[in-house]
Ligand binder design. Sequence first.
Ligand SMILES: Cc1cc2nc3c(=O)[nH]c(=O)nc-3n(C[C@H](O)[C@H](O)[C@H](O)COP(=O)(O)O)c2cc1C
Length: 201
Amino acid sequence: MDAAELLETMRTRRSIRRYEDRPISHDVLCRLLEAGRWGPSAHNRQPCRFAVITDPARRVDLAQAMGRRFQADLLAEGLPVEQVEAQVARSIERISTAPALILACLSMAEMDQYSDAVRQQSEYLMAAQSVALAVQNILLMAHAEKLGACWLCAPLFCPDVVRESLHLPADWQAQALLTLGYPAEQRFKDREPFETKTLWY
Ligand SMILES: Cc1cc2nc3c(=O)[nH]c(=O)nc-3n(C[C@H](O)[C@H](O)[C@H](O)COP(=O)(O)O)c2cc1C
């Protein structure tokens, strides 16, 4: 692949939220995980952990458990009940009907530990940045595999619910849920020119 092809892959990747009802093969999912594995990470400590969920019953369980917490949070915010019901139903539908889910988690197990809170916060941030880079590799690989994918931030708001539903190891902190499938929609998005967001010295 030359530089122009790489840029084109980056430019044409979109967040895709509707999928065909068609499974993703195990081999394809392994190639996505392999792409994630090669992301850069702070001190090369590789703090990213993945849970792959293809079993339909598991997807529904996870979606419903997250939905219950989402509903409680929205009601606590004072949103009208009909609006809450609609948002929760949409969330459950998106998570439970995606042919595959990859949950990206962060583990601090191999990261440095500091007694001082500021340095510890920086170390945590480096782990989170490393997870994000692994996820970006997966998103680009998914695009190259002609899959659609979307990053959902929902697990960040209910990590305990996600851990309990999937029986995750204690040190796995849920960061992002990727929904994956063969695209059933096209999306168009643009970006601001980099000149508007860059200082040159
Ligand atoms: C940290 C992060 C959190 C996101 N959370 C969500 C989400 O919860 N739901 C969603 O539909 N898209 C989510 N997205 C996708 C963004 O909405 C999307 O990347 C953005 O609108 C640009 O569109 P594009 O990916 O098609 O270029 C998230 C993306 C990132 C990087």
